[in-house]
Write a protein that binds this ligand. Structure first.
Ligand SMILES: [Zn+2]
Ligand SMILES: [Zn+2]
Length: 261
């Protein structure tokens, strides 16, 4: 079984001690490709994922400013993002979006920085990875107005109606550990209706470990549990989920699916 973790934070300090071993464990479980998210602690440092992608085969990078850090972005940040987008292992732009749960940055600043980044991403032709929390309506309104390319709703935790709205925008939906949580029946219902060619899986590690690891530090090797749950929800074999999601990732990111480097 070969799987792609389409969203992981390998730069996170919780991985500093054992990143080499973590990558070995991921490979042992068939997770041979990982997209590590480049938002880190926010500007001015924007290349933390690129450094890791240069070091490890099968690891790819994104760049972007997370809504939490939107208040740290300035003109120079956007110039740097435009340049970093062109690095060969940068496959996508993100995670960007809106997070009204914490409001670490003021909502109006989050919206401005989100819009600015969508405009930069649009020029690149690469997909955007969207983070949205307690901000669904604003996120959709901005995307409808500003975006016309490929994208991923990362760690999708919405219901069936929201899934349809994202699908109408031509987005892919990426499911993480939440899919395995007892209370997440609405997410499982949403996962059941997503067309096969729009499905992705992710860990969002170190966050949101799937059952039976819930509450522990998450890591890419644990994604097998999420893939199994997704298979159960859709009434197919885990191998089929692995094949479909790996193929979708390669197509969306314009990778040659025959290689893992
Ligand atoms: Zn996120
Ligand atoms: Zn994330």
């Amino acid at each position: 079984m070969t799987l792609v973790d389409s969203h992981v934070h390998l730069d996170h300090e919780q991985f500093h001690e054992d990143l080499d071993a973590l990558i070995v464990r991921a490979h042992q479980q068939g997770v041979t490709r990982m997209l590590t998210i480049g938002t880190g602690d926010g500007p001015p440092k924007l290349d933390c994922a690129i450094e890791l992608a240069m070091k490890y085969g099968g690891v790819y990078a994104t760049v972007g400013v997370h809504p939490h850090e939107a208040a740290k972005a300035d003109g120079k940040t956007f110039d740097n993002l435009r340049a970093l987008m062109k690095e060969p292992k940068v496959l996508a732009f993100g995670e960007i979006g809106l997070d009204y749960h914490y409001n670490f940055s003021p909502p109006e600043v989050q919206r401005e920085v989100f819009i600015e980044q969508l405009r930069i991403a649009l020029g690149s032709g690469k997909p955007v990875i969207i983070h949205t929390r307690e901000a669904w309506a604003d996120t959709l309104e901005i995307l409808r107005k500003e975006w016309s390319g490929p994208g991923i709703m990362h760690c999708f935790t919405g219901d069936e109606a929201q899934a349809r709205e994202a699908l109408d925008l031509d987005f892919h939906l990426s499911f993480g550990g939440v899919l395995t949580f007892k209370t997440a029946e609405n997410v499982r219902q949403a996962a059941a209706i997503v067309p096969e060619d729009r499905l992705l899986v992710e860990t969002d590690a170190p966050y949101l470990a799937p059952i039976p690891f819930r509450g522990k530090r998450n890591e890419p090797a644990f994604m097998v549990e999420t893939a199994k749950k997704l298979a159960e929800v859709r009434g197919v074999d885990p191998e089929e989920i692995a094949m479909i999601t790996t193929r979708n990732f390669a197509r969306l990111m314009r990778l040659d699916s025959s290689t893992s480097e």
